[in-house]
Design a protein around this ligand. Structure first.
Ligand SMILES: *[C@@H]1O[C@H](CO)[C@@H](O)[C@H](O)[C@H]1NC(C)=O
Ligand SMILES: *[C@@H]1O[C@H](CO)[C@@H](O)[C@H](O)[C@H]1NC(C)=O
Ligand SMILES: *[C@@H]1O[C@H](CO)[C@@H](O)[C@H](O)[C@H]1NC(C)=O
Ligand SMILES: *[C@@H]1O[C@H](CO)[C@@H](O)[C@H](O)[C@H]1NC(C)=O
Length: 425
C-alpha cells in the first residue's frame, strides 16, 4: 500500500496489533500445576470403537483385554502413530474385576487382563508409549464396575504403583453436585500426592451442566482436560452437535483453554464407519481449531490409508499442537457456511471454512482477507496455504484482497495464514 491513506490504515492496524498482543498475551486462569498437557494430549482410547465388549470367547479380537491394548501399542509404533505424536494408549471402562481385592484395591479382570495392569504398563512403556486408565468419581463406573467414591487415595496410589500415566475420571453414579465437585478436586490432589506425573482427564463440567454453570477457572486448576458435552458417536449428527455446543458456549470456554488445560470435545472417530471422507476432514480440521485433545478411537489394525494420512497429517497436527495454546472460535456464520479461526504462534492464523449444507454440490465462499485474524492476520500481506482437504500453496494475498474457497457439503477447507513454521514454508 503506497498511498498516504494506506499508510494511515496501516498505522491504525498496528495499533490493533498492539491491542491484540495485550489482550491475548495475558495468561488465562492458572492451570493444574503438574507440568503435563502443555499441548493437547494425543493418543488412543478404546471406548467409541470397542465399548464394553466382554465376550473374548466369541470376539477375541475386539473384547476389552490386554491382547487388544498390546496389539494397539505395537501398531502405534510400527505404523507411524507414535512418530506423529500419538503417545497415550488409553483404557476406558470395563477393564476392572467386579470387586476390589481384599486390601480394597481395584483389580483388573483376571481373565481378560491375566498379566494385570502393571505388566501392561511395563509393556506399553517398553514401546516408548504411555498408558491411560479409567475410573469414576461416584459409587460405580458408568458400566457398573467399582467406583472410586471413598477410595480416592488408594485408587490414586494403585494407579501410580502400576505406572499409569493418565486417568480418565468419569462422573456416573454420583448422587450430588457437592460430591461431584469435591470428588474431582480430591482425586486431583490425591494423584499429586502420589508424586507420579499423571494426566488428569475430567468429565466434571459435563455432569455439572444440568445443575449449575461450571466454574471453568476452578476446573482448570484441577484438571488437564475436561469434557463438556455428551459422548461422541460415529456419526455426522454427533460431530455437528459437538461443534454447535462449542460455538454456542464459546464465550464461556475458549479463553479458559491453554497450556496445561484444555476443553475436550471427545474422541476422534476418523477411520470408522459413520463419517464420509468430507466429514472426517471436518472433524480433523475443527479439532485442530479447537485445540482439542487428539484421542482416536478406531481400529489401528483395520484403517484405510486415507484415514491414516488424515490422522497423521503433520501440518494439521502442528496447528492442533501450536505452542501458543489458544483455542479457536467461530468467527461468523452465514447461511450454511461457518468460518472458524485460531491464533497461532508467530502471528500466524488457522482458518476453517465449513459447509453445513447437506444438499447440492461444492459451495463457493469468498472471504475478505481483512476480516480474518482480527484484521491483523494478513497485514499488509501474507502467504496462504490450504492444508485440507489437500495441501495447496495459494500464494501471497494482500490485506485488501479476497480469498475464494470451494467447500464440499459437510466438508471443510482448512487454511493457514502467514507464519514461519517449517511445515508451511
Ligand atoms: C504437585 O503439586 C505441586 C504444587 O502445586 C507441584 O509443584 C508438583 O509438581 C505436583 N506434583 C505432581 C507429581 O504433579
Ligand atoms: C455412595 O453410596 C453411599 C451409600 O449409599 C452414599 O451415602 C453416598 O452418598 C454415595 N456417594 C456418591 C458419590 O454417590
Ligand atoms: C470460581 O473459582 C475461582 C477459583 O476457585 C474463584 O476465585 C471464583 O470466585 C469462582 N467463581 C465463581 C463465580 O464462583
Ligand atoms: C516461530 O518462528 C521461529 C523463528 O523463525 C521458529 O524457530 C519457530 O519454530 C516458529 N514456531 C512455530 C510454532 O512455528
Amino acid at each position: 500500500m503506497k498511498s498516504g491513506r494506506g499508510r494511515q490504515w496501516r498505522g491504525c492496524l498496528l495499533a490493533l496489533r498492539f491491542l491484540f498482543l495485550f489482550f491475548w498475551g495475558v495468561p488465562g486462569a492458572r492451570a493444574l500445576d503438574n507440568g503435563l498437557a502443555r499441548t493437547p494430549t494425543m493418543g488412543w482410547l478404546h471406548w467409541e470403537r470397542f465399548l464394553c465388549n466382554l465376550d473374548c470367547q466369541a470376539e477375541p479380537e475386539s473384547c476389552i483385554s490386554e491382547h487388544l491394548f498390546m496389539q494397539m501399542a505395537e501398531l502405534m509404533v510400527s505404523d507411524g502413530w507414535k512418530d506423529a505424536g500419538y503417545e497415550y494408549l488409553c483404557i476406558d471402562d470395563c477393564w476392572m474385576a467386579p470387586e476390589r481385592d481384599p486390601e480394597g484395591r481395584l483389580q483388573a479382570d483376571p481373565q481378560r487382563f491375566p498379566g494385570g495392569i502393571r505388566r501392561l504398563a511395563d509393556y506399553v512403556h517398553s514401546k516408548g508409549l504411555k498408558l491411560g486408565i479409567y475410573a469414576d468419581v461416584g459409587n460405580k463406573t458408568c458400566a457398573g464396575y467399582p467406583g472410586s467414591f471413598g477410595h480416592y487415595d488408594i485408587d490414586a496410589q494403585t494407579f501410580a504403583d502400576w505406572g499409569v500415566d493418565l486417568l480418565k475420571f468419569d462422573g456416573c453414579h454420583c448422587d450430588s453436585v457437592k460430591h461431584l465437585i469435591e470428588g474431582y478436586q480430591y482425586m486431583s490432589l490425591a494423584l499429586n500426592r502420589t508424586g507420579r506425573s499423571i494426566v488428569y482427564s475430567c468429565e466434571w463440567p459435563l455432569y455439572m451442566w444440568p445443575f449449575h454453570k461450571p466454574n471453568y477457572t476452578k476446573i482448570r486448576t484441577y484438571c488437564n482436560h475436561w469434557r463438556n458435552s455428551a459422548d461422541i458417536y460415529d456419526s455426522w449428527e454427533s460431530i455437528k452437535s459437538i461443534l454447535a455446543w462449542t460455538s454456542s458456549n464459546q464465550e464461556k470456554i475458549v479463553d479458559v483453554a491453554g497450556p496445561g488445560g484444555w476443553n475436550d470435545p471427545d474422541m476422534l472417530v476418523i477411520g470408522n464407519f459413520g463419517l464420509s471422507w468430507n466429514q472426517q476432514v471436518t472433524q480433523m480440521a475443527l479439532w485442530a481449531i479447537m485445540a482439542a485433545p487428539l484421542i482416536m478411537s478406531n481400529d489401528l489394525r483395520h484403517i484405510s490409508p486415507q484415514a491414516k494420512s488424515l490422522l497423521q497429517n503433520k501440518d494439521v497436527i502442528a496447528i492442533n499442537q501450536d505452542p501458543l495454546g489458544k483455542q479457536g472460535y467461530l468467527l461468523r456464520k452465514e447461511s450454511s457456511i461457518e468460518v472458524w479461526e485460531r491464533p497461532l504462534s508467530n502471528l500466524s492464523w488457522a482458518v476453517a471454512v465449513m459447509n453445513l449444507q447437506e444438499i447440492g454440490g461444492p459451495c463457493y465462499y469468498t472471504i475478505a482477507v481483512a476480516s480474518l485474524g482480527r484484521g491483523i492476520a494478513c497485514n499488509p500481506a501474507c502467504l496462504i496455504t490450504q492444508l485440507l482437504p489437500e495441501k495447496r500453496k495459494l500464494g501471497f494475498y494482500t490485506w485488501t484482497s479476497s480469498i475464494k474457497t470451494r467447500v464440499n457439503p459437510t466438508g471443510t477447507v482448512l487454511l493457514q495464514l502467514g507464519g514461519t513454521s517449517k511445515t508451511t514454508s
